[in-house]
Design a protein around this ligand. Structure first.
Ligand SMILES: Cc1ncc(COP(=O)(O)O)c(C=O)c1O
Length: 415
């Protein structure tokens, strides 16, 4: 956490939050560059070598400046759309350090990725494999693929982010995956290079990660017995962060556990990829918001702020909990309240049943908003997206301008 409190003032990496709110307006996202670099370096220190690669998962936070920072630190990229691909190419990423996942790749998405020469397409269904083979054949280029298997492992996180269970749309299940490997191995225009999985996000224990490695090592043995040899194991991402009382493992504990499982299962010779997102950027971001009104009701107190579910949808989507801090020093008695936004939905809340000492016009900081906040934002209720700022060496730098209302309808045609 880079939120500091001294001399009665709250700061992020030494910069006053009050001044940030005055200069950039509210709501706004603020990121700590040092926190992002520190998390990335932590995992790189335990899991970083020629054969151990960290591919940042762009969906967690796709800001160009953050991508560039991670590129400069040696990251590859895990993308799931042409929009994400364009972003990483724009910041100068090497296509040979890009992997492409997702269940719904269109013909043009596949064609573009093959032509660009990305490292690997992570295939999520038999039908996708057939489509890739056809497109690659038309292009007369061999397409590098990994089969994403669904190992049916419960990561213990919210059901919407538990992607490694057989009941989800992701990957090819254990029953059908061997057919996919055999098909990929024999087809002329497919270069079967690896196996891929991603069992979920916000995983707070190490066991599911280890279970997945054991499961994959069995698959690899079976493939070897059929003379199918791979070079790549893409282990996905998923390490959780501490939003409140979570006890997620540290990067070091996670990296060491992965290293040990890789060694124990004799998988050291493979090219290994981790696709981490949340654990790199999650705790490095803050959403700064102003209290517009306090509405006291007989049953509830509502603290109505100028940020809403359009800026941070995680509470509405997953019932996610974010720490909320009031930066003003008040003598107000603490009230039990829901912190809610201005959007016309009952699910537009940022925190429920919080005890805050707060008054109108105060500034609140919503913590742990570095991942799946701005990247999941919308314009619902025709609300423009807020500016984004990064703190670098004690200086606040604008990395994304506030959207103008006219931007919201700039693509529209009045007929
Ligand atoms: C395929 C894939 N890889 C990596 C990630 C990153 O996960 P996390 O941010 O939890 O590390 C995700 C996110 O859900 C994903 O779908």
């Amino acid at each position: 956490m880079n939120l500091e409190h001294n001399n009665k003032a709250y700061r992020i990496d030494g910069v006053s939050i009050k001044e940030l709110a005055e200069k950039f307006g509210t709501p706004c996202f603020v990121y700590s560059e040092s926190s992002i670099s520190k998390s990335f370096q932590e995992i790189k220190d335990v899991f970083g070598s020629d054969k151990k690669n960290i591919y940042y998962s762009v969906k967690a936070n796709s800001s160009l400046s953050i991508l560039k920072l991670l590129l400069n630190m040696g990251a590859g990229f895990d993308i799931v759309s042409m929009g994400e691909l364009d972003r990483v190419i724009k910041i100068g990423a090497n296509p040979k350090k890009i992997v492409y996942s997702g269940v719904g790749k269109s013909e043009s998405d596949i064609k573009h990725s093959i032509e660009l020469g990305i490292y690997c397409i992570n295939v999520e269904s038999f039908a996708e494999l057939e489509r890739i083979n056809k497109i690659a054949g038309d292009l007369n280029i061999k397409a590098p693929v990994a089969i994403r298997v669904n190992p049916n492992i419960d990561p213990g996180s919210h059901e919407y982010i538990s992607t490694g269970l057989e009941s989800t749309k992701f990957g090819i299940n254990l029953k059908n995956m061997m057919d996919a490997f055999i098909y990929a191995d024999k087809e002329q225009f497919i270069d079967l290079i690896g196996i891929d999985y991603h069992i979920g996000s916000q995983i707070e224990t190490l066991d599911p990660f280890i279970e997945a490695i054991v499961s994959v090592s069995k698959i690899i043995k079976e493939l070897k017995s059929k003379d199918i040899n791979l070079e790549l194991i893409d282990m996905g991402g998923g390490l959780g962060i501490n939003y409140e009382k979570n006890t997620s493992p540290t990067m070091k504990q996670y990296g060491e556990a992965i290293n040990k499982a890789i060694k124990d299962n004799e998988l050291d010779s493979y090219n290994l990829i981790l696709e981490l997102g949340r654990s790199i950027v999650g705790n490095a971001g803050y959403l700064i918001t102003k209290v517009e009104y306090i509405k006291k009701d007989s049953e509830k107190n509502y603290v109505i702020v100028d940020a809403g579910m359009d800026n941070l949808i995680r509470p509405a989507l997953y019932g996610a909990w974010h720490n909320i801090v009031c930066i003003n020093t008040n003598n107000e008695e603490k009230i039990l309240c829901d912190v809610v936004g201005p959007v016309c939905e009952c699910s537009d809340f940022l925190g429920k049943d919080r005890e805050l000492s707060v008054k109108q016009d105060d500034i609140l900081v919503i913590c742990s908003c570095g991942a799946y906040a701005s990247s999941m934002a919308s314009n619902y209720n025709s609300r423009p997206k807020p500016p984004e700022i990064i703190i670098r060496n004690g200086e606040a730098i604008l990395i994304s301008k506030k959207e103008e209302i006219s931007d919201l309808y700039s693509r529209e045609i009045i007929i």
